[in-house]
Design a protein around this ligand. Structure first.
Ligand code: PXP
Length: 237
């Protein structure tokens, strides 16, 4: 059974809509950890659209479960990570106009930068992961760059519109998870996974951890709404 990494970015998205204090992503992370999350994931974007620097500092201070800190190949953020020292750091591509991460990091293209950044963090004892499309040459490049973990991009699987399309994407993830394992890597997978489509991915025995964010945060609002309204109603009375 794979471990579950819970990404709490979108708790911060809701907070940033008002730029006040609630909902607090750190409080949400502590609840997630208490409820079975094996790791907590957060992405400090260059534009700081959701998670803020202070959130990462607080997460590192208060969490008893490992923090997986996601970032672009940004010199300032890499330096910040080296100072904070989360257990894991994950490199992802970033585009200013994207709604969410759109694809794996092209390790072949950015090989030198990935290798240098990986060495910089590994020197601090941080385990480095890279987010890649399920493609052999990207996995080979990740190994050469010194990454110990790859996270396979499950977005195309989650977004496939037909059963055949989904099966094709799932087979690709499975093949590349098996390949990465034979190369000695730790294998994570994630992005876009929903309650309705997570099971086939979770059954791939080579996958050590799934990282899921949006669908869990979205569902927490639905399942928590009744209690929240009852509490307010009591006060109004
Ligand atoms: N993995 C990576 C590399 C991501 O960038 C994200 C989104 O921040 C996730 C997993 C989680 O994706 P989702 O929020 O769609 O579950």
């Amino acid at each position: 059974m794979p471990k579950l990494g819970v990404n709490i970015d979108h708790v911060a998205t809701l907070r940033q809509a008002r730029r006040e204090h609630d909902p607090d992503p750190v409080a949400a992370a502590l609840i997630a950890a208490k409820s079975g999350a094996n790791t907590i994931v957060c992405h400090l974007r260059e534009d700081r659209r959701h998670i803020q620097d202070k959130d990462v500092i607080q997460l590192k201070k208060k969490l008893t479960k490992p923090l997986n800190f996601e970032m672009a190949l940004n010199a300032g953020i890499i330096k910040f990570a080296a100072r904070i020292k989360p257990k894991y750091c994950m490199f992802v591509p970033e585009k200013r106009t994207e709604i969410t991460t759109e694809g794996g990091l092209d390790i072949v293209k950015y090989f030198r930068r990935v290798k240098t950044a990986t060495a910089q963090l590994a020197k601090k004892g941080i385990i480095v992961s890279v987010f890649v499309d399920p493609v052999k040459k990207q996995i080979d490049a990740a190994i050469k760059a010194g990454a110990r973990i790859i996270e396979l991009h499950t977005g195309p699987y989650a977004n496939a519109k037909t059963k055949v399309g989904k099966q094709k994407q799932l087979a690709k993830i499975k093949r590349m998870a098996q390949y990465a394992k034979t190369k000695g890597l730790i294998v994570h997978a994630g992005h876009g996974l929903k309650y309705r489509d997570v099971k086939p991915v979770a059954r791939i025995k080579e996958i050590d951890e799934l990282n899921i964010g949006h669908s869990i945060v979205a569902r927490s609002i639905t399942v928590g709404m009744a209690k929240a309204v009852r509490e307010m109603k009591r006060l109004v009375k």
